[in-house]
Design a protein around this ligand. Structure first.
Ligand code: SF4
Length: 317
């Protein structure tokens, strides 16, 4: 569905902690494929570049280098008509269900606007489509006449999902879709996303810092650190046997749901270095418990591990 080759996004900056001109390396040479029908999770700490990656995929900003192809077409080589089709085929579910809905619009207009703009419905069809979508996301028909402030956080996220699905997308990019919600409603929204994926044969790019959520959702996982993918593989294999020291550290930091039986979580030591001035060699080396002498001097290359897995670490070279 999507193919990313050497995808890079640097932002020029002046001043800041360096006191001189520099560039913030938000995404730094990412090679990745999003396969039709899968859920690919992108995980990493805050500031690792996962949301910038989503913006590049959505064609919200151009890459500094590298390219993104959607169904074989270069995103930045598309004509206006193709861009319009792309906008319909790729939709987003936002992190914040409070800020992502226009408070002045009724739910019927929020959900019905997209189909009208893309001329998928006419007249009364719009109302019927909105009613069907609300039903599919578990909201009553009378929700159509309400305003966002009249709904709970979980219900607002359901409205956001209905809006995304209203134009029959092929791909949904979900950027931390449950992180702003109470724990009690997170599972409901995740299950809803899973059901809708099955019913509509959707492809998901699922962005999260929460590995428990990712384990529940993903077919494959890409682990990002300082703008780069450091490990990639099927979710089941990656959770069973993480290869990269950073992935292992992320998993070790996840609390067990049953403290009586789970190991004590070990938080990852140190902060993520500034993407304005990333460490040389392997960018993870200042925090890596397995670092070798060469790690501070030599950038590790991607190693394929079988057909499905890849890791960027000198331990596997
Ligand atoms: Fe650790 Fe070295 Fe591997 Fe980087 S390359 S993750 S520092 S062992």
């Amino acid at each position: 569905m999507f193919e990313l080759q050497g995808l890079t996004r640097h932002y020029p900056v002046q001043g800041g902690s360096l006191g001189r001109r520099g560039s913030l390396r938000a995404v730094d040479g990412v090679d990745l494929t999003l396969r039709t029908g899968e859920t690919l999770a992108v995980v990493g700490e805050s500031g690792c570049g996962k949301s910038t990656l989503a913006r590049l995929l959505l064609r919200l900003e151009p890459p500094t280098a590298g390219r993104v192809r959607f169904q074989g077409q270069d995103l930045w080589g598309m004509d206006r008509r193709a861009v319009r089709g792309f906008r319909r085929r790729v939709q987003m579910v936002f992190q914040d269900p409070y800020a992502s809905l226009d408070p002045r619009m009724r739910v019927a207009d929020i959900v019905g606007e997209g189909p009208a703009i893309h001329r998928l419905v006419r007249g009364a069809e719009r109302r019927d489509r909105v009613a069907l979508l609300l039903q599919q996301v578990g909201l009553p028909p009378e929700a159509a006449t309400g305003y966002p402030h009249q709904f709970s956080g979980g219900q607002r996220q359901r409205i956001g999902i209905a809006r995304a699905l209203a134009v029959d997308p092929a791909v949904v990019v979900a950027d931390e879709p449950v992180s702003a919600l109470d724990v009690s409603v997170q599972a409901q929204i995740l299950n809803l996303l899973q059901d809708l994926k099955r019913q509509r044969a959707l492809t998901y790019l699922f962005i999260s810092h929460d590995l428990r959520v990712v384990q529940h959702m993903a077919d494959r996982v890409a682990v990002m650190y300082l703008g780069r993918v450091v490990e990639l593989g099927p979710a089941e294999a990656l959770f069973r046997e993480p290869l990269h020291p950073y992935t292992r550290a992320l998993l070790a930091a996840v609390p067990s749901p049953d403290p009586a039986h789970g190991a004590v979580p070990r938080p990852l030591q140190g902060d993520v270095p500034s993407p304005l001035d990333p460490p040389g060699g392997c960018p993870f080396h200042p925090r890596c418990p397995a670092a070798l002498t060469r790690c501070s001097a030599e950038v590790p290359r991607r190693q394929e591990r079988g057909q499905q897995r890849a890791v960027v670490c000198h331990l596997y070279h």
